[in-house]
Design a protein around this ligand. Structure first.
Ligand code: NAD
Ligand code: MG
Length: 394
């Protein structure tokens, strides 16, 4: 039995993970569940899966969760706060951690999972974008397995040679990684039209149902930018060998081009249960509850170059990746603040890249040498992005 802790169990990835687990009760046991604020949903999950530990953000929510579980005679230990997320990883008896908290809040517990040798199923791309080398070192020291859940990276993982590591050997002949992008809901919108799009329009993704932050990231294409940085760290290829292709159908989840002219792609429905099931059961393959792909029902599969003029977030991310050091952490923090402000209707859509760019130019980049330093830079970038937003609104 695999013992699974889910960080962010009430979110889109968390709920899909529990769906896969529910279908395989003899393979997986839930050791820990954590949520931010959704106490009722977490309580239902605890009643069904009876984890050893459940975590929420604050004391009041923890008291409410404890009361709900007591009523149902569930013996789950209820904890709260950021350090409790680490406890859920290290003290719940789990061997596998689904890292599915959104944003920087997932960094510390995901790093703890890496350090303690767990199988890390990485959905929380922001954690890797922020900590890059530090995270990959923690995986190495911990000795666990890192399996990407982000659909593109999971696809590439499936298309790479079996013995591929993030220090690729030339004899393996890997030339390029091609990350596909749907282009999001505004793929065909003009700059003029992008001026007044609303949060709900931005979150109405044509192919995937996801949390609101990643949905906005998909609409600005910052998501693909973060994914370029994610691929850089996961697979260890130079940035010039990581390319982005717009593929509106979201059927080819990504590809690897080899030296001999072969291109290997992974195809499937746009359904996160496929990569989740892959990561949970690896190296076996289990049913994910996903309908088989019917290629004859698809009219076309098309691929085009992204338009960097309409989607500047992609260029900003490439530039931050190239700069390296703390630049990706600054990019990520500013983006989180700008996206939150857009979702609260405090800034228009097109100000998101402006805030990110200005924050990046306001902070000097240093070597991302320690977790403390990364967290400090993250806080600094957030403060600057908030000030920029306040100025903009005056
Ligand atoms: P979501 O918003 O639906 O869920 C986020 C989860 O994190 C929730 O359980 C929430 O309660 C928890 N959370 C949020 N803030 C928290 C905090 N401060 N402290 C503790 N817990 C907190 O997000 P999602 O769409 O499931 O995405 C999760 C991660 O997976 C993101 O990093 C996203 O980029 C990545 N991802 C998601 C998808 C997808 O299809 N949804 C695909 C690829 C990658
Ligand atoms: Mg993705």
């Amino acid at each position: 039995m695999r013992q699974v802790a889910i960080l962010g169990s009430t979110g889109s990835i968390g709920v899909n993970t529990l769906e896969v687990i529910r279908a395989h009760p003899n393979r997986f046991n839930v050791a820990a569940l954590t949520a931010g604020k959704q106490v009722d949903r977490l309580a239902e999950q605890c009643v069904e899966f009876k984890p050893a530990i459940a975590v929420v953000t604050d004391a009041a929510d923890a008291a409410r969760l404890s009361a709900l579980l007591l009523e149902q005679k569930i013996l789950t230990q209820v904890l709260y706060g950021p350090q409790a997320l680490v406890t859920a990883v290290t003290e719940s008896g789990c061997d596998t951690v689904m890292a599915a908290i959104v944003g920087a809040a997932g960094l510390v517990p995901t790093l703890a999972a890496a350090h303690s040798g767990k199988r890390v199923l990485l959905a929380n791309k922001e954690a890797l974008v922020m900590s890059g080398n530090l995270f990959m070192q923690a995986m190495k020291i911990g000795g666990g397995e890192l399996i990407p859940i982000d659909s593109e990276h999971n696809a590439i993982y499936q298309c790479l040679p079996k013995d591929f590591t993030n220090t690729p050997h030339p004899s393996q002949g890997v030339e390029e990684l091609w990350l596909t992008a749907s282009g999001g809901p505004f793929r065909d919108s003009s700059l003029e039209q992008l001026r007044d799009v609303t949060p709900n329009q931005a979150c109405a993704h044509p192919n995937w149902v996801m949390g609101r932050k990643i949905s906005v990231d998909s609409a600005t294409m910052m998501n693909k930018g973060l994914e370029v940085i994610e691929a850089f760290w996961l697979f260890g290829l130079p940035l010039e060998k990581i390319r982005v292709l717009i593929h509106p159908q979201s059927v080819v989840h990504s590809m690897v081009r080899y030296r001999d002219g072969s291109v290997i792609a992974q195809l499937g429905q746009p359904d996160m249960r496929t990569p989740i099931a892959y990561g949970l059961a690896w190296p076996e393959r289990i049913a994910a509850g996903v309908a088989p792909l019917n290629l004859t029902q698809l009219a076309t599969l098309s691929f085009t170059e992204p338009d960097l003029a309409r989607f500047p977030c992609l260029s900003l991310a490439f530039a931050a990746a190239k700069t390296g050091g703390t630049a990706p952490a600054i990019l990520n923090a500013a983006n989180e603040i700008a996206v939150a402000a857009f979702l609260e209707e405090r800034i228009p859509f097109l100000q998101i890249p402006a805030i990110v760019e200005k924050t990046l130019s306001a902070i000097s980049v240093t070597h991302a040498s320690s977790l403390e330093l990364i967290l400090e830079v993250d806080a600094q970038a957030r403060a600057i992005a908030r000030d920029l937003i306040d100025e903009m609104r005056q």
